[in-house]
Ligand binder design. Structure first.
Ligand code: FA5
Length: 348
């Protein structure tokens, strides 16, 4: 039988050899059990045999066994570190991945381009002393039509292809009902804008959608004239599009304004050069808003004296104006949520 010292030395060599070869977690655990296992591990057996070593040699033998135990523990840790460092690379390689490739970029969400555009519009009007109001998307016939001087069965209602809900309720076809709600609860002077979603029974095309966004504007005070309307809207359009853009005011009709005007801007998509342009139809102009002096009957409907007060209002298509400002030939892109489109706007 070899001496205890020889057995310790033999076990040390056996451990070093096995530790060098251990290539995976399974081999590591087998090595740990073989040497440190509580019942039959080499170290446990050595400590048991220590009991039968002659008293004079016990101290030295115990020191050697403890040294071996420390060497085994340190060796197992070293193997563990080696395998741990190799694990991701090995796992990636077995999954067919190449860790040397550059990482994929993560995109951070940003506000929708229409939200950014709406905020830009609000910023310009807030700078002129306007405040922002809101109104309900589900409206009554009274606010959407009647209070705005559309008597029942009036043919002008046909221009707003209405989506009815039931009874008196409908999806608002424009933001003008908010004018009425604000005038009902506020005494002049009034200077507000109200952005929001509106709904119409329309077949979609590059410049029309069944659901789109408008922003309404309303000013009511003593001595308000059409010159104020024109000056304010011109300032707004210049702030949004710059000084060079061609703008025209064109006479129009709305039951709730008199006189009325629509505003066209030059077609930014084709610059008036494409006879087949799907945005302007080759005319070189595109309408962005309706406006006019608030009709005296509308003021009467909300108990504002038209002899004392006058006002002007406008309703601008946010999607329509955004597509022109951004040079986008198709309004539907705003609602398809294609990330290739959306990533072109806002922070990257
Ligand atoms: C109105 O809705 C009036 N309420 C505007 C108004 C307000 C006039 C206050 C006078 C005083 P109109 O239907 O023309 O008007 O729409 C106004 C704007 O909304 C249009 O110039 C256009 O920019 C936008 N618009 C209209 N229909 C659509 C549609 N189907 N899709 C996208 N934008 C539209």
């Amino acid at each position: 039988m070899p001496s205890l010292t020889d057995r310790i030395e033999g076990l040390r060599r056996a451990f070093e050899e096995a530790a060098g070869k251990a290539a995976d977690a399974k081999a590591l655990e087998e090595l740990r059990t073989a040497f440190l296992g509580r019942k039959k591990g080499h170290l446990t057996l050595l400590f048991e045999d220590l009991k039968s070593v002659p008293a004079g040699e016990k101290r030295e033998a115990g020191r050697l066994i403890n040294e071996l135990k420390q060497a085994v523990s340190a060796g197992l840790e070293a193997v563990e570190r080696r395998l741990g460092a190799a694990r991701p690379a090995a796992a990636a390689a077995s999954a067919g991945e190449d860790l040397t490739l550059p990482g994929r970029r993560r995109y951070v969400g940003t506000p929708h381009p229409l939200t950014l555009f709406e905020e830009e519009i609000e910023r310009i009007f807030l700078g002129m002393g306007f405040t922002v109001e809101e109104g309900p998307e589900i409206e009554t016939d009274y606010y959407n039509f009647e209070a705005l001087n559309f008597p029942p069965h009036h043919p002008a209602r046909d221009k707003w292809d209405t989506l009815f809900i039931e009874g008196d309720l409908l999806l608002r076809t424009h933001t003008s009902p908010v004018q009425v709600r604000v005038m009902e609860r506020t005494k002049p002077p009034i200077r507000i804008i109200c952005p929001g979603r509106v709904f119409r029974h329309e077949t979609p095309d590059p410049t029309h959608l069944p659901m789109f966004m408008q922003v309404e504007g309303l000013v009511v005070d003593e001595g308000v004239t059409f010159a104020h309307l024109k000056g304010t809207l011109e300032y707004f359009i210049r702030a949004l599009f710059g000084e060079k853009l061609k703008v025209r005011f064109r006479p129009s009709f709305f039951p709730f304004t008199e006189p009325s005007a629509e505003v066209d801007i030059e077609c930014i998509v084709c610059g008036g050069r494409d006879a087949a342009c799907r945005v302007c139809g080759g005319s070189g102009w595109k309408e962005i808003l309706g406006s006019g002096m608030v009709h005296p009957q509308v003021l009467k409907n909300v108990n504002i004296d038209p002899e004392k007060y006058s006002g002007w209002a406008f309703g601008l298509g946010i999607d329509r104006t955004a597509m022109l400002a951004l040079g986008i030939p198709e309004m539907r892109y705003f609602y398809e949520n294609d990330l290739r489109f959306l990533r072109q706007f806002g922070a990257k």
